[in-house]
Ligand binder design. Structure first.
Ligand SMILES: NC(=O)c1ccc[n+]([C@@H]2O[C@H](COP(=O)([O-])OP(=O)(O)OC[C@H]3O[C@@H](n4cnc5c(N)ncnc54)[C@H](O)[C@@H]3O)[C@@H](O)[C@H]2O)c1
Ligand SMILES: O=C(O)[C@H](O)[C@@H](O)[C@H](O)[C@H](O)CO
Length: 251
């Protein structure tokens, strides 16, 4: 028996058009899952799904804006027409916009919290309603779930809150056979974080704080994500696994 196999599982990944979401959609597909690639940019998602199908995997693009519960409900109603059940949800969609806290306004706060926290909760709720045979939910947490990063108060609030949601849902939905865990990526260069890496002084200082002495590659997240969605982790729920090259262990 391959405990890490996701064969026969149906998985939805939010924000799958690029970056970590796209990498995790591929990882789940490689492990055998049929993947629904969800997000706002249907053209980009069609390209991702087509790439997966060309590689021999089952993949479909689905339109989803996680930031309003009404749009989430609309997406899951459409999804129900494509599959009667869902086994895996990866709550990956997220936004960040660094800003000195003295300048944060309500619009910025709402944008970040509505996507990263409210969006993740209502996607989990909609997905759980489709997990009639149990399932696994994976929330994208962050180093800011654990440490304070200046100019990232709304983002840190959203990602710390997501750990609370992870634990509460894990406790509440265990009787339904639904496990809820998180992965916390350390420093990975994507569209979201590109602005940091363009600053050489920042990159040098940050690298010095990472025991494994390199930034993360998207592939580094694949094993942790597949593990937490697979039977290999069947007795693990309510946990966050940090994939950070040792950063949190050493600061
Ligand atoms: N890159 C890192 O170092 C890092 C570290 C820790 C956590 N994360 C988290 O990982 C996740 C992915 O980030 P990334 O680095 O790949 O960034 P990214 O900006 O490349 O990707 C974010 C994805 O989310 C989608 N998205 C944003 N708002 C959405 C909405 N309202 N509805 C649907 N989709 C939406 C975007 O279109 C995109 O596909 C985020 O939750 C982020 O907070 C990233
Ligand atoms: O842990 C994370 O989410 C990322 O690694 C960081 O790049 C944060 O986005 C940033 O430190 C806060 O803005």
């Amino acid at each position: 028996m391959n405990r890490f196999s996701l064969a026969g599982r149906k998985a939805l990944v939010t924000g799958a058009s690029r970056g970590i979401g796209r990498a995790l959609a591929l990882a789940l597909a490689e492990a055998g899952a049929e993947v629904f690639c969800a997000g706002r940019d249907l053209v980009a998602l069609e390209t991702v799904a087509a790439g997966l199908r060309e590689a021999g995997y089952a993949a479909t693009a689905v339109k989803l804006d996680v930031s309003t519960p009404a749009a989430v409900a609309e997406c899951f109603a459409a999804l129900a027409g494509m599959t009667p059940t869902l086994d895996i949800l990866v709550n990956n969609a997220g936004v960040e916009d660094v800003c000195p806290s003295l300048d944060v306004d309500e619009a910025l706060w709402d944008k970040i919290l509505n996507t990263n926290l409210k969006g993740a909760f209502f996607c989990a709720q909609a997905a759980a309603r489709m997990m009639s045979k149990g399932g696994a939910i994976l929330n994208l947490c962050s180093l800011t779930s654990e440490v304070g990063v200046p100019t990232a108060a709304p983002y840190g609030a959203s990602k710390s809150g997501l750990v609370g949601v992870t634990r509460a849902l894990a406790a509440e939905w265990a009787p339904l056979g639904i496990r809820v865990n998180g992965i916390g990526p350390g420093y990975f260069r994507t569209s979201m974080t590109e602005v940091f890496y363009e600053n050489e002084a920042w990159a040098k200082a940050m690298l010095a704080k990472i025991p494994l002495a390199r930034f993360g590659e998207l592939e580094d997240l694949a094993g942790a994500a597949v593990f937490l969605c697979s039977p290999a982790s069947s007795y693990i729920t309510g946990q966050v696994l940090y994939v950070d090259g040792g950063y949190l262990a050493s600061i």
